[in-house]
Design a protein around this ligand. Structure first.
Ligand SMILES: [Zn+2]
Length: 244
């Protein structure tokens, strides 16, 4: 039997791109990886570019519904995601997004809320993670909050029991803080396999994002949705290239 959704998927010429950012800031400190940073001026330019283009900036939910339930979007779409819950999202990125009227999804590391990043055996003194109060304020302001584990572990490299706890507990803790359901998950370091996907499903998440560099249209499932990584090395030209 012909899968009508599959046919629609093949026919669509429109792209959905999920952008992956980390820290948006004024100053790139030595201890911060330029791959996980985007200077404020660059971010502003990128958002202005999106604002003046025919590309629609949509929420993750909207994009997923278009891709997986309706067949395909009717125009080019972009989703903005921010991993780790960097404190500068509140002060720097969010005001710019608000001005543009763009929705966003952030994936904070729950175990580091209100502290500097401390994972993988390393402390990042210039990478402050959002505190609970700011996280609640963002959530109440329409920013979607997703799970990204408790301790930012490489899920395919820790014992299975630890991986299950990391996935389940980040959802439970975020839901307690936010008093709303948390449905989306992003794999820390982009590390996952079929067993990890099953754990994410069993924990009750409805979708999961990877770090595979691809268009969301090419997702093999709703639990393996690729993203395009934006770094401090990107200029407007490379940004444009990553979109379409
Ligand atoms: Zn991360």
């Amino acid at each position: 039997m012909i899968d009508t959704l599959e046919v629609k998927k093949q026919q669509s010429s429109y792209r959905t791109t999920i952008l992956l950012y980390h820290q948006i800031g004024e100053t790139l400190h030595n201890s911060v990886n330029p791959d996980c940073f985007c200077r404020k001026e660059k971010f502003c330019q990128q958002m202005e570019y999106l604002k003046s283009s025919s590309i629609e900036v949509v929420s993750l939910d909207r994009a997923i519904t278009a891709l997986f339930s309706e067949g395909q979007p009717q125009r080019n779409q972009v989703v903005l995601t921010f991993d780790d819950g960097c404190g500068s999202f509140y002060d720097v990125a969010h005001p710019i997004l608000e001005k543009c009227g763009f929705p966003a999804t952030i994936y904070p590391v729950v175990g580091s809320l209100g502290q500097v990043a401390n994972w993988g055996g390393k402390v990042y003194p210039h990478l402050k993670i959002l505190d609970q109060k700011k996280l609640i304020a963002l959530s109440n302001n329409g920013v979607e909050i997703g799970g990204h584990t408790v301790n930012h572990v490489k899920l395919d490299q820790v014992p299975k029991t630890d991986a299950v706890q990391e996935i389940k507990n980040c959802k439970v803790e975020l839901e307690q803080i936010l008093n709303k359901e948390v449905t989306t998950f992003a794999f820390p370091h982009g590390k996952y396999n079929s067993t990890i996907i099953e754990m994410v499903k069993r924990a009750g998440f409805k979708n999961a994002l990877t770090c595979e560099s691809n268009y969301a249209n090419n997702a093999s499932s709703v639990f393996e949705i690729p993203r395009r990584y934006i770094t401090n090395y990107d200029d407007l030209r490379s940004f444009e290239k990553k979109l379409l």
